[in-house]
Design a protein around this ligand. Structure first.
Ligand SMILES: *Cc1c(COP(=O)(O)O)cnc(C)c1O
Length: 399
């Protein structure tokens, strides 16, 4: 298996990014436009030929460049570009790679917004999508057509926590000369999809990467060429649709990236603790870190072990009513918050079918094996996870 390991945290630290006047943090560039000393250098920048020059902040700006460099260092890609949301990153990639008449093969289990874009929005442009179970490699192969431009999957899928075999999917896409695009939002640092053969890695930085739930942001990590293509002044999807991240936000997110490795380890440690307790009490749960998970061995063979199996865990309460009762009780006991999203320092929980996957029609929810009582936890950074578990157990016992 062609899985190269990476030391993402050290790669970020090695960047030695510092600010004007010796600031330990890079200076924030609070400018929408930039001066040029000569007319020629302005023209060259328009043509994408002036390395290190900034033209206009929608195209590039120094604060975003610092963050993009940190993301590229984390992923092992040549370059990156940062967007105003995860959806902006995902839709920019789709619209850059596909023309009218093209076709996409996508995992059936994706983030609800991604599913809605693929299923409801792309038909406007006559772009066809086939949804498959991407853990079934034969199904992926069968779905590829002559006009297929890309295969899209999530490394750890939302909300079922299935693990994609990125090296095997990459073999398939390379054979067909098409792109493999991977959403790694649930598992930064744990997986390095690009080094396993993905062509483009996208993130919602709203989640773990920022980790503070105070900003919406996204990222595209890819080759130099792809980043040049999306930011091209004449044809680039990012340049022309304008989903750029605000530089004040990107400077905040950059600082949070320097603690991401510590946070990922703690999220994983706490989630594994809960999984082990749920196993003991015979609760129906789903966590890739436990041997009963269908892709546990696959995950072990692909992951960067020091960061653990991630902070996402799901339990099955069978019905939406029981899920609601549990969540309301857990919130009263201050286990965490009944809220969508993930990667926060407090535990968040939601009923996927009624929230983040509600865009997915109920019959498809059934096909993909999603129970109406599924409660998805994004386990927080709790210092005393044993105490948190006791509160969860009290809430379970009250049902
Ligand atoms: C949240 C999320 C997105 C969308 O990101 P936004 O920042 O909310 O636009 C995409 N993919 C996954 C897996 C997500 O969890």
């Amino acid at each position: 298996m062609n899985t190269k390991k990476i030391d993402p945290a050290s790669n970020i630290q090695a960047l030695k990014q510092f600010g004007e006047f010796g600031g330990v943090n890079p200076s924030i560039t609070d400018s929408a436009t930039f001066t040029f000393m000569t007319a020629k250098s302005m023209l060259d920048t328009f043509h994408g030929e002036a390395e290190g020059c900034f033209l206009y902040a929608r195209h590039w700006n120094p604060s975003n460049k610092y963050l993009a460099d940190a993301l590229a260092a984390m992923e092992g890609t040549e370059a990156a570009w940062v967007t105003g949301s995860g959806m902006a990153a995902i839709t920019t990639v789709f619209l850059q790679l596909c023309n009218a008449g093209d076709h996409i093969v996508s995992s059936m289990t994706t983030y609800g917004g991604t599913f809605a874009f693929l299923n409801n929005y792309l038909p406007k442009f006559n772009i066809d999508v086939t949804f498959v179970d991407t853990t079934d490699l034969e199904a992926v192969k069968k779905a590829i057509r002559p006009n297929t431009k890309l295969v899209y999957t999530e490394t750890m899928s939302n909300p079922l926590l299935q693990i994609s075999d990125i090296p095997a999917l990459s073999e398939i896409t390379k054979q067909h000369g098409i792109q493999l695009v991977v959403d790694n939002t649930f598992t930064p640092m744990i997986f390095a999809p690009y080094l396993m053969g993905a062509d483009i890695v996208v993130y919602s930085m709203t989640k773990y990467i920022n980790g503070k739930n105070d900003a919406v942001a996204g990222a595209i990590c890819a080759s130099n060429q792809f980043i040049l293509d999306i930011s091209d002044v004449n044809k680039g999807t990012a340049m022309l649709l304008g989903p750029v991240l605000d530089p004040l936000r990107s400077s905040n997110i950059l600082k949070n990236m320097y603690t991401l490795h510590i946070r990922m380890k703690q999220h994983s440690k706490n989630a594994l603790y809960l999984a082990e307790r749920f196993e003991e009490i015979g609760l129906k749960y789903n966590y890739p870190g436990m041997p009963n998970h269908p892709q546990h061995e696959l995950m072990k063979s692909l992951m960067n072990e020091e960061f653990g199996f991630g902070g996402m865990i799901a339990i099955d309460m069978e019905t939406a009513e029981r899920a609601t009762q549990l969540m309301e009780s857990m919130q009263l006991k201050n286990v965490g918050y009944h809220a969508v999203s993930l990667g926060y320092f407090r535990t968040l929980f939601s009923n996927s079918g009624k929230s983040t996957s509600s865009e997915v029609p109920v019959d498809i929810q059934k096909t993909m094996g999603m129970s109406p009582g599924l409660v998805r936890f994004s386990v927080g950074l709790d210092n005393d996870i044993e105490a948190s578990y006791k509160l969860i157990k009290e809430s379970l016992d009250e049902l």
